[in-house]
Write a protein that binds this ligand. Sequence first.
Ligand code: HEC
Ligand code: HEC
Ligand code: HEC
Ligand code: HEC
Ligand code: HEC
Length: 296
Amino acid sequence: MAQVFDRSSNALARASLVLTGLIVIALGVALNSLQRSPWVTRQGQRPDQPVPFSHKHHVEGLGLQCQYCHTSVEKSSYAGIPPTKTCMNCHSQIWTNAQLLEPVRQSWATGESIRWIKVHDLPDYVYFNHEIHVNKGIGCTSCHGRVDEMPLMYQQNTLQMEWCLNCHRNPGKNLRPTSEIYNMAWAGPSTEKPVWCATAANTDGTGVPTAQGVNCVTTDPSKTGRTDIAQNDSGSVLTGSTNPNMPVGTMSDAPVLMLPASYTKFTNQEDLGKYLTGQYHIRTANELSSCEVCHR
Ligand code: HEC
Ligand code: HEC
Ligand code: HEC
Ligand code: HEC
Ligand code: HEC
């Protein structure tokens, strides 16, 4: 029987099949990269704010702490944006005529809040909470980058599910002492810059140490003579305080009793991460990647 299709049309059919396949793949890649593009994730964008507030000037320049303005970051799911009053603490006296600050003075005079545009904005179906991250030793820079070097705020990371999961599958690589969460320059321990940590027994009254019960220092405790951990009478250990009004190491409640403690030296992030994962009671990779954690 004669061939219905000759060889050339056969080749054509094959070529068009290959072509269709290529187009489908190209479309897929395009859609996928669109979904991950900064245009969709808003990564790196600096929205026009009513006032060009500079973290670089206020944090690096003036030395203000994050909690001075983002007061609820350790205690609630939201970090919070400061009210106009916080700005007026200084700007009722400094730069009082600057045109840039007109919206701040307006807001103060009328009582209407400044309408800051959100830089980070997760979809509503995602549950996120600052408190747990900060109290379990994830620093601001792990998620927001070097805020102290940002003249205008932008989103450093994608905030996509894959980004969250990348850490949830192995949080150890990002864990740091809770006393270092605001340290913008924290780089983890190294042979040149070791970290010493000690845990106090009986820190929450039930014998279970809390994350705050771990005390880490960056100077050799055997040389500074700091071989004790301070503990107040309620049993909670006072490590480097995160309260901006209290210098590191001071106590809120007297009387204070000192307990002997032995420090372990860490010279790399892997070992410190393992130690802190245990001390902070971090859940397993499987537990932390289960859908209900973030989609409730
Ligand atoms: C003097 C007050 C002040 C201090 C101190 C301050 N911030 Fe802010 N922060 C603001 C204001 C006002 C905004 C809203 C305007 C903007 O996005 O730039 C903001 C916005 C942010 C945002 C983005 C919020 C959003 O819309 O998604 C992040 C993240 C942030 N700050 C982190 C930090 C960190 C980390 C520190 C400490 C290193 C810090 N801030 C210190 C006042 C402050
Ligand atoms: C602790 C005091 C203090 C607080 C609180 C403060 N500022 Fe400032 N701000 C300053 C000083 C000082 C300067 C001048 C900085 C410079 O020239 O380096 C300044 C400068 C500015 C400028 C001029 C541009 C720049 O960054 O140099 C803007 C805009 C501004 N602040 C907005 C704000 C807003 C908005 C808030 C509240 C969220 C705020 N500031 C809170 C002290 C403060
Ligand atoms: C584990 C990652 C992570 C860490 C650590 C983290 N943030 Fe955030 N932050 C986010 C995400 C995600 C959002 C967006 C939340 C949303 O849209 O609901 C956000 C939003 C914010 C906002 C906007 C207001 C708000 O509460 O939504 C501020 C301000 C802020 N963060 C400051 C800080 C400061 C200061 C620290 C350090 C003490 C910090 N963040 C640590 C991930 C993080
Ligand atoms: C840099 C590491 C890191 C990143 C990035 C990160 N997380 Fe987490 N997350 C943690 C750690 C550590 C815990 C505490 C786990 C524990 O205690 O078992 C945690 C806990 C949580 C919890 C549990 C809260 C609770 O009360 O059970 C939620 C929800 C959560 N993260 C959501 C998110 C979301 C959403 C994102 C992305 C927008 C994100 N996380 C990004 C490290 C991270
Ligand atoms: C650590 C937090 C976290 C966990 C765990 C998590 N997700 Fe998500 N998920 C997110 C975030 C954040 C987004 C929003 C992504 C964005 O805005 O692009 C998201 C978005 C989604 C979306 C919307 C489509 C998309 O991909 O953007 C679906 C569907 C989804 N998640 C399903 C799941 C399922 C199924 C699981 C369990 C296997 C899961 N998620 C576990 C954080 C999480």
